[in-house]
Design a binder for this molecule. Structure first.
Ligand code: ZN
Length: 168
């Protein structure tokens, strides 16, 4: 099931099922599960202005993980770069995801500063990055623009019939 979020009046963020399932696989349901995370990989659709998350990177040996923290290593950037090369520059870096051991996740101050740093320092297309947090029940997504506008995206629908032909 794809998840569709409203970004602006004309623009949606679409997480394809494959990417959602990969993140869900790391949801911290057990007390010993550690935080997980990675980068979002996908495309800006030129015709519809929609943004599609096709895939995500998952925890690497070089990451530092605990129940309440996740430090992403440079390995994720290397994977994203390699993907970009392999797919002839069609796979874009779209943001960062991680898990929280809570049902309905909210960003910590560490998360917010991490996101501000990503937007100011990372190289990316478009005017914003996306930051999903996978809780044990809900996945919530925040966005930060280059101009510093910070807000949460509204889930538009999680129904299959919303699926767009342009995704094929
Ligand atoms: Zn966090």
């Amino acid at each position: 099931m794809n998840l569709v979020y409203r970004v602006t009046e004309r623009r949606r963020l679409i997480l394809v099922e494959h990417a959602v399932q990969k993140m869900q696989g790391f949801a911290q349901h057990r007390w010993w599960d550690r935080e997980a995370g990675g980068v979002l990989l996908g495309r800006h659709l030129l015709d519809s202005h929609d943004i599609v998350v096709d895939d995500v990177t998952t925890p690497q040996d070089s990451d530092r993980r605990s129940r309440y923290s996740f430090f992403r290593s440079a390995k994720h950037e290397h994977i994203a770069r390699q993907r970009w090369i392999d797919q002839r520059s069609t796979s874009a870096y779209l943001g960062l995801w991680h898990t929280h051991p809570e049902a309905d996740p909210t960003p910590s101050s560490v998360d917010r500063s991490d996101w501000i740093q990503a937007v100011s320092r990372d190289t990316f297309e478009g005017d914003r990055l996306f930051f999903p947090i996978m809780g044990t029940q809900n996945i919530r997504i925040w966005t930060l623009s280059r101009r510093g506008m910070f807000r949460e995206l509204k889930l538009q629908t999680n129904k299959d019939h919303e699926q767009d032909d342009s995704l094929d």
